[in-house]
Design a protein around this ligand. Sequence first.
Ligand SMILES: N[C@@H](CCC(=O)N[C@@H](CS)C(=O)NCC(=O)O)C(=O)O
Length: 200
Amino acid sequence: MILRSSPSSPFGRKCKLSASILGIMDRFEITRTNTNDPDDPIATENPLAKIPALILDDGSIMYDSRVICEYFDTLAGGGKLFPADNTRWAALTLQSLGDGILDAGILQVYEKRFRPVDKRHQEWVDRQTGKVSRALAHLEANTPLTGNAPTIGDITLACALGYQDFRFEGTWRKDHPNLVAWLDTFAKAVPAYDETIPKD
Ligand SMILES: N[C@@H](CCC(=O)N[C@@H](CS)C(=O)NCC(=O)O)C(=O)O
């Protein structure tokens, strides 16, 4: 299989961390993909032209990170990152919150990357910043438990905090000591976290 991703993609990082925890990194190769290059095949592979996408050996294609991570979980026997018991809903909800932090962060980055200065809309950027701030405040007050078996929720949160470090200079750290401690514990338990530090 081929995972289309890039070293900077936090959603691609979710897939890499999931595969590493599940012990299935040898099941696919990773192809560096540039969603800004009109000649990159990603636009024909995923009509949304987004990464990550997973190309299976039979040529079929899966996206997005939620689908790919859950597929990886089934390859490893199932019920590991996506619990089958009633803790599933908390794990999925934490995944949604982490994905939402990522989406809001990426939209802020794209506002600067793709819009000329005179077309930028500060109120809209503030709206995205508000989502991140509220989510981080909620997580600081309700920090997930860190066990020896990270779920897809934990993985997504770690990638969301890592993206805040990468694109927003880690300013979140000052006011969120519980989350800083949570991420330190996660990074110690999951060596792939440090091995996938995002870069451009
Ligand atoms: N919901 C998607 C989000 C994927 C996403 O936003 N990927 C970004 C890179 S991290 C992308 O491909 N952006 C290119 C674009 O939006 O055109 C997922 O979970 O995989």
